[in-house]
Design a protein around this ligand. Structure first.
Ligand code: CP
Ligand code: NVA
Length: 308
């Protein structure tokens, strides 16, 4: 039983599969008339140091679905680590709410929140990882193909927070993960080294390439994300000069498995990392994937905040 949901690497394959099964169950229950109020009386504080559509809406609506409430705390109100020390924010919230979801810049700040609280802390994206996204992504893949093991997932683009969590969940659950990214935009070496033993245990193959064409060959899932993540805005011109060969367009999709699906965590920068033709075309699962944020995170909330 975990206190927090901070990173995919902290969860065993069995625990991740349990979360996926619970998400499937909660999704079905919701679609058949509504969920049981298993979080009645529970309040989730949502701390945002960066903007959000999906994370904010899915956590807030998820809490409503399960009978609880959510509280949005903007950067202006909290000033995490600036207006007030993180340890103090943590200890105040600890006595007032039942869980914290935080979107931060520095991943260490999540660890600090978790350290100073007895209540669950959930990573709603940090500069290092985005585990809630990965859980929704793998749920989408599971629904599409009926399995996760041995599915070839290819990520094309920046070796960023979304790529790290996707690699971790693929490695834990036995899917193959390939990434093609430009020089200087590799995933953090530490993220690769720490996940390797889990990939070996599950039989997951990890492949690191530069050539997107080679990377998508035999891919069942093609994944991309923005070239410039939140907080890197001053680098966007430099990145826009490097990343165009990594665009997901109809040509690249035609080089993958004929049944391949295309995923993107969103927000998409249409015409940059993905074309309209692909984002709105037959291979795209962008919106079911976004909707699965709701179902995947309800499983996390039930698991951590529920009296199970
Ligand atoms: N994918 C995702 O986390 O979207 P938001 O930034 O809108 O929350
Ligand atoms: N890599 C992106 C993901 C947005 C959901 C970012 O961090 O901005």
């Amino acid at each position: 039983m975990h206190k927090d949901f901070l990173d995919i690497i902290d969860y065993t394959p069995e625990e991740l599969q349990e979360l996926i099964d619970l998400a499937v169950e909660l999704k079905k229950e919701y679609q058949q008339g509504g969920n049981q109020p298993v979080l009645k009386g529970k309040v989730l504080a949502m701390i945002f140091q960066k903007p959000s559509l999906r994370t904010r809406v899915s956590f807030e609506v998820g809490m409503y679905h399960l009978g609880g409430n959510a509280l949005y705390l903007s950067p202006n109100e909290i000033g995490l680590g600036q207006r007030e020390a993180i340890a103090d924010v943590a200890r105040v919230l600890d006595g007032m709410v039942h869980g914290i979801m935080a979107r931060v810049f520095d991943h260490e700040h999540l660890l600090e929140l978790a350290h100073w609280t007895t209540i669950p802390v959930i990573n709603g994206l940090s500069d290092y990882s985005h585990p809630c996204q990965a859980l929704a992504d793998i749920l989408t893949i599971y629904e599409e193909f009926g399995q996760i093991k041995d599915i070839n997932i290819t990520y094309v683009g920046d070796g960023n927070n979304v790529a790290v969590s996707l690699m971790q969940i693929a490695a834990k659950l036995g899917a193959n993960f390939t990434i093609a990214n430009p020089v200087d935009y590799d995933m953090p070496a530490e993220s690769i080294e720490t996940i390797r033993p889990y990939a070996e245990a599950s039989g997951s193959k990890l492949t690191f390439l530069r050539d997107p064409h080679e990377a998508v060959r035999h891919a069942k899932v093609i994944y991309t994300d923005t070239w410039t993540s939140m907080g890197q805005e001053e680098e966007s011109a430099k990145r826009e000069a490097v990343f165009p060969p990594y665009q997901i367009n109809a040509q690249l999709v035609s080089e993958a498995d004929p049944d391949a699906i295309v995923l993107h965590c969103l927000p998409a920068h249409r015409g940059q990392e993905i074309t309209d033709e692909v984002a709105d075309g037959p291979h795209s699962r962008l919106f079911p994937e976004a909707h699965n944020r709701l179902h995947a995170q309800k499983a996390v909330l039930y698991n951590l905040l529920g009296n199970k």
